[in-house]
Ligand binder design. Structure first.
Ligand SMILES: [Zn+2]
Ligand SMILES: [Zn+2]
Length: 312
């Protein structure tokens, strides 16, 4: 038996009833619950008004966790587009975890598989593999945006993220994933409660700064996987159907330059030029100026020109 396992080539993806149970649980807790929480936040307006505390909590925590996902989970941990000081690694890892989109190592493995198989068999969330016609497109969008998470093949982290498994700090952050999510809910509850000096203030802080904030960021990130693999502009040659969505640049913190990103996944800048809004890259540049990030791997002009489809 053990010899059979030893002889078996390492599998790239794993499926098991236990893993699917975990996926279902994560889907209910972190994908369905934020929807319920957002509805509850609106209902709770009858009890507690949406005031400046709620706005500040919602926007600041959305921004912090959003930067944790794009600058941390995506540009640093998945694509290694720059190097960073341990304090930055820890901060981005924890903030990214608070977004409730999965532990950092699983997220990285899933996203690396997305790049390996994009829009082909094996892509965990392609909108382009669910048939033709309007029905196929709608089905594809629903699958890639949201529904794929209910049950999917789990990319083997030994194959897809061996670098992260060797990093003790990252492994530790991943191990405490659920704690970070809960911390991201407790902080706005505590601040909301202290500012209003009431329990209703705490509940309002939890709903707006916690669950509604998770809901908003999730749908922004998922829209990249779904809509930006179907609609938008394609200035660079890349083998999948990734697109840029300029009008979403700011709200996605730069992630909407998705065709640029697929064409140059090694680049910490997704906008590629200073005039394309890319807050995720602005943070990395700021960290670099402070000496906390270095080795920013920007593509050369020649490399960009070689992949350019439409003139700049
Ligand atoms: Zn990527
Ligand atoms: Zn993509």
């Amino acid at each position: 038996m053990s010899e059979d396992i030893a002889r078996e080539p390492r599998r790239k993806v794993i499926s098991s009833p236990y893993l699917h149970k975990l996926q279902r649980r994560h889907f209910l807790l972190f994908d369905i619950l934020p929807i319920v929480g957002t509805a509850a936040a609106f209902a709770f307006l009858a009890v507690h008004p949406f005031g400046s505390t709620e706005i500040v909590l919602l926007v600041s925590l959305w921004l912090l966790t959003g930067l944790g996902v794009t600058a941390g989970y995506h540009r640093l941990f998945t694509h290694r587009t720059f190097k960073a000081a341990p304090a930055v690694v820890a901060a981005l890892g924890v903030l990214g975890s608070m977004a409730g989109q999965g532990g950092v190592i699983s997220w990285v493995a899933l996203h690396r598989r997305h790049h390996e198989c994009s829009d082909r068999e094996g892509d965990p969330h392609s909108p382009n593999l669910s048939g033709h016609g309007l029905k196929g497109r709608v089905k594809g969008l629903a699958h890639s945006h949201f529904l794929w998470m209910r049950r999917h093949e789990y990319p083997n982290i030994v194959h897809y993220a061996p670098d992260l498994l060797k990093d003790r700090l990252i492994v530790k952050i991943a191990r405490y994933y659920y704690h970070w999510v809960v911390l991201g809910l407790l902080i706005p509850a505590l601040i909301g409660g202290l500012v209003a000096m009431s329990w209703t203030g705490a509940v309002s802080g939890l709903l707006w700064g916690g669950l509604a904030r998770i809901f908003i960021l999730e749908h922004i990130v998922w829209a990249i996987n779904s809509f930006l693999h179907m609609f938008g502009t394609k200035p660079y040659e890349s083998r999948e159907n990734s697109r840029n969505g300029a009008i979403f640049a700011l709200v996605t913190l730069g992630e909407a330059w998705h065709n640029n990103h697929h064409a140059f996944p090694e680049s910490p800048s997704f906008g590629l030029d200073w005039y394309r809004l890319d807050p995720g890259f602005w943070l990395i540049k700021l960290l670099a100026v402070c000496g906390l990030a270095w080795d920013l791997k920007l593509p050369t002009d020649e490399r960009r020109a070689a992949k350019r489809i439409v003139p700049a």
